[in-house]
Design a protein around this ligand. Sequence first.
Ligand code: ADP
Length: 548
Amino acid sequence: MQGMMMQRSLQISDILDYAAEAFPTAEIVSARTEGDIHRQTYGETRKRVAQLAHGLQRHGVKLGDRIATLAWNGYRHFELYYAISGIGAVCHTINPRLSAEQMIYIVNHAKDRMIFVDTTFVPILEALKDHFPEDMIYVVMTDRAHMPDTSLPGALCYEELLHGEPEEITWSEFDENTAAGLCYTSGTTGNPKGALYSHRSNVLHAMMIAVSLAGTFKEGNKVLPVVPLFHVNAWGLPYAGPLAGLTLVMPGPAMDGPSLFKLMDQEGVYSAWGVPTIWMGLLAEISAQGRKPNGFEDVVIGGSAAPRSMIEKFEKMDVSVGHAWGMTEMSPVGTHGMLPAHMDDWDMETRIDYKSKQGRRVFGVDLKIVDEDGNRMPHDGKAVGELFVRGNTVVSGYFENEEATAKALDAEGWFGTGDVASIDKNGFLTIQDRAKDLIKSGGEWISSIDLENAAMAHPAIANCAAIGVPHPRWDERPILVAVLAPGAEKPSIAEIREHLTEHFAKWQLPDDVVWLDVLPMTATGKVSKLNLRKELGDYVHPELRETA
Ligand code: ADP
């Protein structure tokens, strides 16, 4: 027997309509590229989003078109999220830290029709524009007074695009599975792969995290997404924030410790979200000032493992840590470290131990760990296996990429995360290792295989492996471990970096090279990274050697 309830499609535009009506005083506060602080309520935002949607339609944007953004966290980027998806187009957020090669690939692969760009990133596009279609429409996200002199053909001004357009719009209804957002993530090799979110998945994700992270999502709380809007929907905050009546405080380009401290202090930010590298900077500033920013009580740390010492520092200044784990392919939140009520009276040390784990699943995401043959392993806190996930907010494949799609899911239809984990009987996940060949530096990916392939083209390198080594600021930094070709002279790390520079962004280049006579191999003839890491157990990153 079927239930007798209406079926209305879940649409992202409903979130902003609701916030504008239900939370008239909640705001988006933005530190702008223009240098000032800008404020607008969700009601005002709703009007500007309507204007932007009309402006997009005036330029012929229709259902399914991909519209790109290359921008910091700010109200205009937020408006783009809603206006683009509101008219059934797809908001493709581009990570400005990608290499030129990767950026050219994704813009062409996505077949973007328009690119909205912050003034800061205009030079990036100017350097790449010849690789993009000639009819690409560029819009610079500022007003006429701040428009830069640019060689971008026919560059439009964002505020002029909105000017004079109606402040009302009736959103058309479409299937809730319509694509709404596109975010590319690094593959272990080759080109980035696109996660294509739908209206349904993004609305569900917003509801899921607002419930599971209830401590953060209290109406009126001021929340700072340091995690970029170009990185997996800023972990869902642009949707879950307005849904719950939060004020969002957007940091713009200034994400160093002193700037974040100042903004948080001025605005009374309750909760801030970002990767461990960001919090290193903030903690240094807190220590310099001898106090935490006014009103700061909650921090969400994810993207890389939060060190126990970092969690301890925050907890001891009464800032509650939620250690979250997720992936671009999961919209992204999978687990969150808010402790259950029965742990409230546990001693501080045990609570910090639990907070160092990656937390429990949010409602709607299922977890399993499996052995090498795909057999399920027990959730006993001891068994360690590869982590698979499933749920309404997990990708079912990659955008226009049959090869990657074919490999994404297992026979039971679960998505393989490439993380290696244990899960205890309380449901707490602990990420133990990474099976995928990727290095994560400051929250951003570097493909070890791509580094290795490019380095192998150097005549003096007979064999090599790229691995991540611990670094206090960037979590991990890449180094190259290499075997010298017979008769060759050892190139310096500077020469190797020069050799690689064409294919990688600067921050992706290895910091050091270690020469070995042979590399440890696995039975199947691949470099054993596990044994290599063990062999380099005493290795210290050059920057730390210098300061030691
Ligand atoms: P995000 O940065 O939102 O987590 P990405 O797709 O860039 O999304 O990265 C996902 C990967 O990052 C995970 O598969 C995992 O390897 C790593 N990761 C994310 N969060 C954590 C965490 N809290 N602890 C350890 N590793 C993490």
